[in-house]
Design a protein. Structure first.
Length: 320
């Protein structure tokens, strides 16, 4: 086992602790890939040789350090590749590392939907033909799978069902994303308060991006509920931006698409991902004088906040 998939059991309002926990993993290996909001992949091939311990043994050390330094427990899956490490999380629990070996034997009895990339529609199609487990998919003729799901998808599905894991851990420094969270004092049912939280979070993200002279290409919304479950949605932006109004529109769009009906929301988080220097970003010119005016006001507001504090200027909806 050389790859670990770690999921930290963060309390609802502590998603911003993830960068520090990633730093803990980087004490063992520099090859760490963040899986926001609460996870990471770590390639321990070099660490196994350096420390003279297996990845499963190192997982125990990581768990103890996370508890000692951050008070955060975690569940860990181990496998020869990222796909199998993620799947091993199914059998993991605090104190017990889930392990899947290379090859099809360890995953043969798992449902076909356990594979990443196999959604509900594909799963239904395969199950209609009796291909409801990975073992049955692995034994099916390639031509059958390609006829059901397509040539490329069928080939990839058969490889994955046979335990062939071609993925790799891609290091992505913490600087590649920024996150801000708005917890509620009590479980919140009011959609207007949800939208105010989104407005505040998007404004903060935009200000932080502009201060760093960065733009983001993707915005991710995480809504955490009273029962500790969560919904996460991501949306690629039409053009990379640090403009608070643009981020707010996208955030509102993702929130409305959830169709929440009297949901008891405990916290709302926004994450800006795919950060790049602002100088590399292109901006579609607009003849709308309102848009240009808003951007000039935003520049002035940033200077005021830098001098008098982050609450010196805020939208009227938040000041009310």
């Amino acid at each position: 086992m050389t790859i670990l998939c770690v999921r930290f059991q963060l309390p609802p309002m502590y998603e911003t602790a993830l960068p520090g926990l990633l730093g803990l993993l980087e004490e063992f290996t520099p090859v760490v890939e963040a899986l926001p909001p609460d996870g990471a992949l770590a390639d321990l091939r070099g660490a196994e040789r350096y420390f003279g311990r297996s990845a499963v043994e190192l997982a125990s050390v990581i768990r103890v350090r996370a508890l000692a330094h951050y008070g955060v427990d975690c569940v860990i899956g181990a496998g020869p590749g990222p796909m199998l490490a993620r799947m091993a999380l199914r059998d993991a629990r605090p104190g017990v590392t889930g392990v899947l070996p290379e090859g099809p034997d360890g995953i043969a009895d798992l449902p076909v939907t356990a594979l990443s990339g196999v959604g509900a529609a594909t799963g239904r199609t395969l199950c209609e033909y009796g291909l409801d487990t990975l073992g049955r998919v692995a034994a099916a003729p390639l031509s059958t799978l390609q006829r059901l799901v397509g040539a490329k998808a069928g080939r990839e599905l058969r490889e994955k069902a046979n335990g062939i894991d071609r993925g790799r851990v891609v290091p992505d420094g913490v600087s590649r994303s920024l996150v801000t969270e708005r917890p509620f004092e009590r479980d919140e049912l009011d959609a207007d308060r949800h939208r105010r939280a989104l407005l505040s979070a998007a404004g903060e993200l935009g200000a932080r991006l502009r201060a760093l002279d960065k733009v983001c290409g993707t915005l991710t919304l995480t809504v955490r509920y009273a029962d500790r479950s969560a919904t996460t949605r991501s949306r690629s932006l039409k053009e990379p931006t640090a403009h608070s109004a643009a981020l707010t529109r996208v955030a509102y769009g993702m929130y409305e698409a959830l169709g929440l009906q009297r949901a008891r929301v405990r916290a709302i988080a926004l994450r800006a991902e795919g950060l790049d220097p602002a100088e590399r970003a292109s901006h579609q010119l607009s003849f709308d004088p309102v848009d240009e005016k808003v951007r000039r006001i935003e520049e002035v507001a940033d200077r005021v906040r830098a001098k008098f504090g982050p609450d010196a200027v805020m939208p009227g909806a938040l000041a009310a």
